[in-house]
Design a protein around this ligand. Structure first.
Ligand code: ADP
Ligand code: MG
Length: 419
């Protein structure tokens, strides 16, 4: 049997592994004790893919895998950083006179948060020393970047007395700073789903995010019970580690296709027909009526994905809420098949991983994230993740694919103070 790299979550709390390791790295690097330890989770989207730019819905959960940050405030504008990924190479930067893009490499993410808070008018934010220890797989589409920026935002909020971290409303300000850091300092375009999930998800819940224009940040998020444990389940997350292939142009082409379809239908976004179809007595016929108004067969398939996928988010919430795990799994399967056949954003590694997970007894499995590589998720019985992941690794070995990496998830808590 081919071994699969299985990533365990570091334990939380003041006496947990995450807090202990982050504080130890801080003391070893900077020769003093930190002011405290904070953490923020990575995230994974349950369902609702390629719906954000169509004013649709998505449904992320916070992972048990988190980035832990031991931090100490400074009186000057210096920032000193170290990460467990490169513990012997600390980074340095200065907030004084800092411009967008002024810090290179991973240090841009945490430095950018302090910069963004100062830009937003919080002049009391000064420099800091920080040590990061993370068990969020980096670059797997599980948002290690948001785990880093959100943990930094929460820590700075507390040591500089901003007072935003204690409420959902207040956290919106910290989310803005985390997004600005990624966009303007790290130069990574991000729409905000990752940071909202990392800051606002609750344990045992998914957060339904609604991208319909005109909604306030509070109106656009809804907590949805998603207690896998009480159903005897867990979520397998498996990073295929497929090399990303030519995805830039493809992503832009999908967006353009959706915009052109909305224009042809005379609507602001595909959310409008999606809502009409969902409200219809005969959704199948209502969908056909929309599609017949489009000339291009490829465009019809793209639109069919978007409309059915937006509908699946609500149906998944309903099915899981009613305890219908079989139905919830079928919706995972339908989502993947639609992304493969209609939206055409899967690659062989994603399809094979999903097929193996299904044949190994998963209730449902689908790719998650933008596609063209990245991760799959599978709804499995508690304790089954490792076996299913090993079976995927075996099949990858037979086909000459790379070695996947996996973890088991329950819906976990948002950015928090650890100790
Ligand atoms: P993802 O967010 O899906 O993991 P990104 O490309 O958005 O992928 O972010 C990954 C980048 O974030 C890394 O290349 C690195 O610059 C930074 N990063 C995230 N976590 C850490 C960490 N623990 N230590 C150092 N850098 C990190
Ligand atoms: Mg990211």
């Amino acid at each position: 049997m081919k071994t699969v790299e299985f990533v365990e979550a570091l334990s939380t709390g003041a006496d947990g592994e995450g807090a202990g390791q982050a504080a130890a790295l801080f003391s070893r690097t900077f020769g003093k004790a930190p002011d405290g330890v904070w953490s923020a989770p990575g995230r994974v989207n349950l369902i609702g893919e390629h719906t954000d730019y169509n004013a649709g819905l998505c449904l992320p959960i916070a992972l048990p895998h988190r980035t832990f940050l031991a931090l100490g405030a400074r009186r000057d504008g210096r920032v000193r950083l170290v990460s467990s990924l490169s513990p012997d190479s600390p980074e340095e930067a200065s907030l004084d006179g800092l411009k967008p893009g002024g810090v290179k490499g991973w240090a841009a993410y945490p430095v950018g948060v302090a910069w963004a808070l100062r830009q937003a008018g919080f002049d009391q934010v000064r420099g800091f020393d920080a040590a990061f220890v993370s068990c969020v797989p980096v670059g797997s589409g599980l948002s290690s970047s948001a785990a880093m920026t959100c943990s930094t935002a929460l820590a700075l909020d507390e040591v500089y007395g901003l007072g935003f971290g204690g409420s959902d409303q207040g956290r919106l300000t910290l989310i803005d700073a985390a997004i600005r850091s990624e966009n303007d300092m790290a130069g990574a375009s991000t729409g905000g789903m990752d940071q909202s999930a990392s800051m606002r998800c609750r344990a045992g819940h998914a957060i339904e995010l609604d991208f319909r224009p005109g909604l306030s940040a509070l109106e656009s998020a809804r907590q949805v019970p998603f207690d896998l444990q009480s159903h005897g389940l867990e979520l397998l997350v498996l990073d295929t580690r497929a090399p990303h292939r030519l995805n830039d142009g493809q992503y832009a082409a999908r967006r353009r296709s959706c915009e052109q379809a909305a224009q042809a239908l005379g609507v602001g976004s595909l959310r409008v027909p999606a809502d009409q179809v969902a409200a219809s007595d005969d959704p199948g016929r209502a969908l056909e009526a929309v599609l017949t108004r489009l000339d291009d067969p490829t465009q019809r398939r793209r639109v069919r994905h978007v409309i059915t996928e937006i509908g699946r988010v609500g149906r998944f919430v309903e099915a899981f809420g009613a305890g219908d795990v079989k139905r919830a799994g079928e919706l995972f399967n339908a989502s993947h098949d639609s992304l493969r056949d209609d939206y055409e954003v899967t690659v062989p590694e994603l399809d094979v991983a999903v097929d193996v997970a299904r044949s190994e007894g998963a209730y449902g499995a689908r790719m998650t994230g933008g596609g063209f590589g990245g991760s799959i998720i599978a709804l499995v019985d508690a304790g089954r993740s490792r076996d299913v992941a090993s079976a995927v690794a075996d099949e990858f070995g037979r086909r000459g694919f790379g070695r996947p990496r996996a973890l088991a998830a329950l819906a976990s808590s948002p950015a928090q103070r650890e100790g």
